[in-house]
Design a protein around this ligand. Sequence first.
Ligand code: UDP
Ligand code: MG
Length: 152
Amino acid sequence: MAVEQTLILIKPDGTHRKLTGLVIDRLDASGLDMVGAKMVSVSEKLAREHYKALSEKPFFPNLIKYIRGEFHGFKDHRVLAMAYRGENAIAKGRAVAGATNPEHASPGTIRGSFGRITTAGQFENVLHASSDEADAVREISLWFKPDELLKG
Ligand code: UDP
Ligand code: MG
């Protein structure tokens, strides 16, 4: 099994609803090691870069507002960014999160328990977890400087 790193973000609905500790607890239980963590004030530029593969989607403008905390009253645009390392870290992070659409996410996953779809159709699903190795490498280098991560 490969040792990987993955990016986890506690999105603004997660911090607003005080789910930060729960997410960290589930990731601890999955056996992964936290190797970086910081509160980030998410700029429009960072949000657009993070989600650039989705820039043509109809939900993109609301997604940028959502990840910047504009739906949850966070004028400081707060997101908790974390990097985790371990065997199959990417799949483990996704398993803790559950399916993208909260209605399809299994009960017991974070998104299955706490995600919702707003009346405007935005999926508010508590956390981000990198979806594959290329995304994980790209996203970690976008959110963290090398010296902000513990070395393996
Ligand atoms: N999203 C949405 N509607 C959709 C698909 C995605 O609101 O139909 C949002 C949702 O917050 C999701 C994010 O866009 O987490 C990124 O989408 P992606 O397909 O990358 O899902 P993820 O990797 O987060 O599971
Ligand atoms: Mg994704």
